[in-house]
Design a protein around this ligand. Structure first.
Ligand code: NAP
Length: 640
């Protein structure tokens, strides 16, 4: 009997029917292939069609969904009544047909491998890089800095390959972002069934975009199930890493929880520090004079009771738009200070729990969960919106757009905001951004943000802040907005990669002096002058729209594992990217960024450094990222 059969055998017709009424139709239809051993049912009239900006995500009408569910019910009943026989393994052609069916988009032949890898239908884990144990030199040891999403991923891959490592984490717990951000309403803003490791898929998420504790617990489970604790040292912050050219190793100084320091050497260092871990406190005059309580959203001080208080929030980005709706009922008065409005991207299920029926489908319908994840990757995750963020040279259209498709997106998003504001056109005017959509990361929205702003006692203040005083915030119109508690929802110093440590490479060169506020790397991972040193979620690896950042980190880690494999195969002491390769690469991505909405000179954001260069984002497609990072090109490196 197969793993799915137990519950399916006990499910009566009524249960099946009620459950399927909530099933995701494209995933359900694709999954039926496994029990029928055929793709015949995918060739009927009901065909999903994912079209960016369309109202119905799967392109189906309610009648079509109902027709598909009736068919699936019949197929599931037949399967159950036949005693749940062993599943038929689909051949490649069937899988390809289902991959194309699920979003109605034919798959370009060259993308079959890429898509099949992401689908990971049978847990093949094709992003894993196998390294023969005999190739790993004796006493070779890797240091991973940070035990957040990327660091844990690195640890899993090194463990699988049998490469010794130590993972250090500055906090007393693992989790990184998912440990530090505990503000009310904190939840993931990528679809949760996609925001988890491809090799450790989780299907029982309680929400479509689950809350922070769920994410934190997931990463804990991965640490436990891969037995990473034995290589993990908490409360340990790297202060300095220096490359010893005699020994070809990194000498790392670490500060431990007791305030002491220790020094250890490693053959390779992998930074999993990421981009969004240093809270940014704005340089507003007088902030130090504020007499009340103040804290940053990523350092939420839960001991303060907001009930009945006068609370001010500075910032209206992804964090504030999550915590303001969660706290809006508590304060007597809530002032929300907006410097720039955020574009809102409709996501009806943003705060919706998964129903019992949906969770049942993930558990009990063979391969349904895999196909659902794949649907998310293709429909929401991939590059569907990217064409709408592309600029056109000499564009003369709406000044806050970068090209015709971007202007179309702008109009649709503006309508969405106006619709929500109803007859309050002044509020709508205030909430419509003056920069092109995609200039900054859009905020996922289910209506709760504007609803919160319209609650009694909540004021949206767009007048610029002049200074902070003991009693509150004074705006440039002279008005003092009194408050007892001030919450900074002001984001992170994203371009200050690795700024909490000194990194010294070849010839004594200092990483931060080399960068001078302009962090660059080759494929976000390797830096000339810094042999055997790698970054995950490094410069220009962030996404504005698209899939989860876990996809990007998994691709990066495969690349880094490829570098280690190359180092072992060629018995190299060091692997160091060539300076001209890195420079050309950065020239290429700068050229691409120039014609992306976030590269527009009219946008100022954390994606850019002080000089206005985009240092955070990957400007290409997911497919291009996957191709570029599949394996290192030996000629890109000085190999010694
Ligand atoms: P953010 O997007 O950088 O937003 C910061 C906000 O503070 C912006 O509205 C900004 O205004 C405002 N601000 C900054 N300095 C200011 C000043 N001096 N005066 C007035 N306003 C000021 O930061 P975030 O909301 O923390 O989000 C950062 C990133 O973290 C997101 O893009 C997302 O990638 C990630 N994130 C993810 C999740 C999730 O998955 N759960 C949740 C939150 C955040 P301007 O726009 O004018 O600069």
């Amino acid at each position: 009997m197969n793993e799915w059969a137990v519950t399916l055998q006990d499910a009566d017709d009524e249960t099946l029917s009620l459950t399927l009424a909530q099933a995701h139709v494209p995933a359900l239809m694709a999954a039926m292939m496994h029990i029928t051993g055929s793709t015949e049912h995918l060739r009927g009239a009901v065909r999903p069609a994912v079209i960016p900006l369309a109202e119905e995500e799967d392109g189906l009408t309610e009648d079509q969904r109902s027709e598909a569910r009736t068919l699936a019910l019949q197929l599931l009943r037949n399967y159950r009544d036949a005693g749940c026989p062993p599943l038929t393994a689909p051949d490649d052609a069937m899988v390809e047909e289902a991959m194309a069916y699920i979003t109605g988009t034919p798959l370009p032949a060259e993308q079959q491998v890429y898509m099949r890898e992401e689908l990971n239908l049978f847990g093949e884990d094709r992003r894993r890089v196998a390294i023969p144990a005999a190739n790993v030199p004796a006493s070779f040891r890797v240091l991973i800095i940070g035990a957040g999403m990327s660091g844990i991923l690195a640890a899993v891959r090194l463990r699988e390959a049998g490469i010794p490592f130590l993972m250090v984490e500055k906090n007393p717990e693992i989790g990184g972002t998912w440990y530090e951000n505990t503000y009310p309403g904190c939840q993931v803003d990528s679809a949760n069934h996609l925001y988890n490791y491809s090799f450790a898929p989780e299907h029982q998420w309680p929400g479509h975009f689950s809350a922070q504790p769920e994410l934190f617990n997931y990463f804990r489970r991965v640490v436990q199930s891969h037995e990473l604790e034995q290589n993990l040292q908490l409360d340990t912050a790297v202060r300095e890493a220096r490359f010893d050219e005699q020994e070809n190793e990194w000498v790392v100084t670490m500060q431990t929880g007791d305030g002491g320091t220790c020094e250890e050497s490693f053959a390779v260092v992998i930074s999993g520090c990421g981009q969004l871990n240093s809270p940014a406190l704005p340089d507003i005059p007088g902030a130090e004079n504020f007499a009340g309580m103040s804290f940053h959203s990523a350092r939420w001080e839960h001991q303060h009771d907001l009930k009945g208080k006068r609370v001010a929030v500075i910032g209206t980005g992804c964090s504030a738009t999550q915590f303001v709706p969660a706290i809006a009922d508590l304060p007597g008065q809530l002032h929300v200070f907006q410097r720039s409005a955020a574009w809102l991207l409709p996501a009806e299920d943003y705060r919706q729990p998964m129903s019992d029926e949906e969770l049942w489908c993930f558990r009990n319908i063979p391969y349904y969960a895999r196909w659902y994840r794949f649907f998310l990757f293709r429909a929401r995750g991939n590059d569907g919106l990217l064409p709408f963020l592309l600029g056109e040279e000499g564009w003369q259209g709406h000044p806050a757009s970068v090209g015709p498709a971007n202007a179309e997106l702008r109009a649709a998003m503006e309508d969405y905001i106006r619709e929500q504001c109803g007859d309050d056109s002044a509020l709508a005017d205030a909430l419509i951004p003056t920069y092109p959509p995609g200039g900054k990361r859009p905020v996922l929205d289910d209506g709760k943000w504007i609803e919160a702003l319209r609650r009694p006692g909540v004021n949206l203040i767009t007048e610029p802040i002049q200074r902070i005083e003991a009693g509150g915030i004074r705006t440039t119109d002279g008005q003092l907005h009194e408050c007892d508690i001030l919450i900074y929802g002001t984001g992170f110093s994203a371009d200050k990669f690795l700024h909490t440590m000194k990194v010294t490479g070849r010839d004594g060169r200092d990483l931060h002096e080399q960068w001078r506020g302009n962090p660059t790397a080759y494929l976000g991972a390797t830096i000339p002058g810094f042999p055997n040193f790698y970054c995950l979620y490094g410069p220009n690896t962030n996404i504005v729209v698209g899939s989860s950042i876990i996809f990007f980190s998994e691709c990066s880690m495969r690349y880094i594992m490829g570098c280690l494999k190359l180092q072992f195969e060629e018995a190299l002491n060091t692997l160091e990217v060539k300076a001209d390769v890195c420079e050309q690469y950065n020239r290429d991505i700068d050229e691409l960024s120039r014609l992306r909405a976030w590269g527009s000179p009219h946008v100022d954001s954390w994606y850019k450094n002080a000089a206005g260069r985009v240092t955070q984002n990957w400007p290409g497609t997911h497919w291009e990222w996957w191709q570029r990072t599949k394996a290192p090109v030996p000629e890109d490196f000085v190999r010694e």
